[in-house]
Ligand binder design. Sequence first.
Ligand code: URP
Ligand code: ZN
Ligand code: ZN
Ligand code: ZN
Length: 466
Amino acid sequence: MPVGTLIQNGTLVTAEKTFAADVLIEGRTIKEVRAGIELVNGHEVIDAQGMLLLPGGIDVHTHLDMPFGGTTSSDDFLTGTRAAAIGGTTTIVDFAIQAKGTKMRGALDIWLGKAAEKACIDYGLHMIVTDLAGAGLEDMDELVREGVASFKLFMAYPNVLMVDDGTIFRALQQTAKNGALICMHAENGSAIDVIVQQALAEGKTAPIYHALTRPTKAEAEAVNRAIALAEIAGAPVYIVHLSSEDALNKVREARDRGVPAFAETCPQYLLLSLEDNMKGESFEDAKYVFTPPLREKKNQPKLWDGLKDDHLQVVSTDHCPFCFADQKVLGKDDFTKIPNGGPGIENRLQLIHHYGVGQGKLSLNRFVEITATAPAKIFGMYPKKGTIAPGSDADIVIWDANASHLISAATHNMRCDFSMFEGHRVKGNARQVFSRGELVVEGGKFLGKPGRGEYLKRDARGGAWQ
Ligand code: URP
Ligand code: ZN
Ligand code: ZN
Ligand code: ZN
């Protein structure tokens, strides 16, 4: 191992500025950032002439090795985090699931076990809360002490993950005290369930009915309710995988009143649509069955504007892959049995760089902010993660903004037999990726050892949200 690595001649991009700089890495961390750092004997030199230096991407919404819909998501912590690294993501936050009637600590241990020997990059965990009976509220405090600084609750999926408003409100009150963040899957699950049952009774079983039975108003209603409950409880709230203009309007209205409401969207809502990707009665459409569903194309420019104007703060993937041939097919005769979710962990930076920066919708700095810096800040990892600065972990992507890359299941590294972005040719890709000072990706190949990824204990913010 060299005593240090000097990345020379790059153009460094942070959320605030873009400037010419060298970066000196010593051990796991960044030692120095400035133009003209002198070379010391024994340092390895990497020439980044013509390249951008980006903070490693942070994907705060992934589901690896997750039991769901009668099967398990097809990427585990090895294949999923390896694909993430190849795409320039060096940190993920995945979701552990509390089984009803059990202690959250048990679920944390199960998910730490899933990741331990496999993770290729650093990972944090959110806890999905399914039940606050018994010692649930104390469990939340215990988890915060273990670095689980965020909890996800579901307003959808009745009889599976959905919780009632009382449970949501009690969880919000607890986070008002312990500084953690509640993440909400915001869709009105009860109303949607009625619409779904009516569709099935009419013989509407094709995948497209998954989308047609989940109106944007059902998302907007739940976003509005989640924010109202958070305001009453005096807690911040983070809306996950926001998909529609109707829902965005509720977040914007709250933020413009100064309410600490945050929201993410995902590449699939920015780039795919009912019109472009759903064929009608074809079972192929099952590839695009995820929740919330694909929306009408008219929502896309509103979501891009939301990212630009900071009404949306983060782009995550909601990576939850199920193979078409043996998993999506479980819903061949009934769309409600199609496992919900799609693959995306590898392509987030490529897609947002190409369609966001490349098409003039986002500045480079905003691109870095929504894919790394803001997720690090919101989820208690900053400045260890999410920026390139002295003292931060040396998670750095040497980004070739001109590299051309064709996205395809034939070449991607995710364990999934299709790509939602098949055939998209993007400009911009990771050339080299450093994770805690180690060169883990070069030329599209992962060089690190599975299991090298470390569990990240994240900080609860203690109410410092504005
Ligand atoms: O369809 C999706 N999004 N699957 C993953 C679970 C969730 O709701 O995030
Ligand atoms: Zn969700
Ligand atoms: Zn505003
Ligand atoms: Zn999800």
